[in-house]
Design a binder for this molecule. Structure first.
Ligand code: NAD
Ligand code: LMR
Length: 340
């Protein structure tokens, strides 16, 4: 266990208007899998977030070094590293948000579903500990396959009697980040102004960007929309292939994970009208989990928003994704039932 850092250094660094109200809330964030490819840059970005007062970095190994390193940054949060299962409880206790990038990345030729056997076991044991040590925390699930790990987590929480559907999120922000980037490039608009909802799930065709709702509006051809949709759906594979066996997206994922956690923190702190896309328990389709825009509040999901009018192409995409998403969800539920 390594404890370092100081909570007294941040005020000078972030002494800007509005910071005083952010400081009014003590918020603990735990990152599980903090030594990994995503975990390290995500820990760095969470250390830069002035809404965080305590940052707990947990992994099976390597976290004392990561925590010592990150803790020297002169921002608000106090950083503590925890290594090994016997320190997991301490890492989790008092957490407001638990971010889970623990697992293994895929290699070229693999699907996210190929990671299921390893991820399901890891997610189960981590969620059992969350149920015990911080059952009220918001859980941001990054570990793949998200379409199945989120249902596994829900089943674990149900079995422990602590399931609150408002507090479990599959992180699909990277799909939104990619859709915005690719759209801005094609539409020749300022990427900072772009908004694109992405619905469905987080794997291949289950990722459905709604370019018909993208703003600023642009006159793109059907072929352009198809190409943008495919690139968004294959964004993860594009990175896996470019890394050629050395893992999957880590830096862009850390950015996306930090963005989503920041929105969760803002919601917890009572900031109004915080909306993000996320894979959550849902009734917007007949599927029990579905990614769409959700409004975040003091208890997590305040409202699961519908997805509005779809183009014919998107409607076809929605119908086409349902069977894969349904079976990925069922896979998680069935695995948990058998794992007892
Ligand atoms: P990585 O191998 O670099 O890091 C994973 C880390 O998890 C390692 O440090 C490992 O020690 C740790 N770990 C393994 N078992 C653990 C356990 N039981 N408890 C705590 N930590 C544990 O992998 P990565 O590139 O960081 O990817 C991690 C996961 O994130 C993968 O499942 C990957 O597919 C997924 N991912 C999801 C998205 C998304 O958009 N949701 C994007 C990119 C990657
Ligand atoms: C991604 O979208 O980059 C992640 O889900 C990682 C992967 O395996 O593609």
């Amino acid at each position: 266990l390594r404890r370092s850092g100081s909570s007294s250094t941040a005020s000078s660094h972030f002494a800007s208007r509005g910071f005083a109200s952010a400081l009014a809330h003590e918020r603990k964030v735990a990152v599980l899998g903090a030594s990994g490819g995503i975990g390290q840059p995500l820990s760095l970005l969470m250390k830069l977030n002035p809404l965080v007062s305590r940052l707990a970095l947990y992994d099976i190994a390597g976290t004392p070094g990561v925590a010592a390193d990150v803790s020297h940054i002169n921002t608000r949060s106090e950083v503590t590293g925890y290594a090994g299962e016997d320190q997991l409880g301490q890492a989790l206790e008092g957490s407001d948000i638990v971010i889970i990038p623990a697992g293994v990345p895929r290699k070229p030729g693999m699907t996210r579903d190929d990671l299921f056997a390893i991820s399901a076991g890891i997610v189960k044991s981590l969620c059992e500990a969350i149920a015990k040590y911080c059952p009220n925390a918001l859980v941001n699930m990054i570990s793949n396959p998200v379409n199945s790990t989120v249902p596994v987590a829900a089943e674990v929480f149900k079995s422990k009697g602590v399931y609150d559907e408002r507090k479990l999120f599959g992180v699909t922000t990277l799909d939104v980040v990619r859709a915005k980037t690719f759209y801005a490039g094609k539409a020749k608009v300022n990427v900072a102004d772009v908004s694109v909802p992405v619905i469905g799930g987080h794997a291949g065709v289950t990722i459905l960007p709604l370019f018909s709702q993208a703003t600023p509006r642009a006159n793109l051809s059907d072929d352009d929309i198809k190409a943008l949709t495919k690139r968004t759906q294959d964004g993860g594979t594009e990175v896996v292939e470019a890394k050629a066996g050395k893992g999957s997206a880590t830096l862009s994922m850390a950015y996306a994970g930090a963005l989503f956690a920041d929105s969760c923190l803002k919601g917890l702190n009572g900031v109004p009208d915080v909306v993000e896309c996320s894979f959550v328990q849902s009734t917007v389709t007949e599927l029990p989990f579905f990614a769409s825009k959700v409004k975040l509040g003091k208890n997590g999901v305040e409202e699961v928003l519908g997805f509005g009018p779809l183009s014919d192409y998107e409607q076809q995409g929605l119908e086409a994704l349902k069977s894969e998403l349904k079976s990925s969800i069922e896979k998680g539920v069935t695995w948990h039932a058998k794992s007892k």
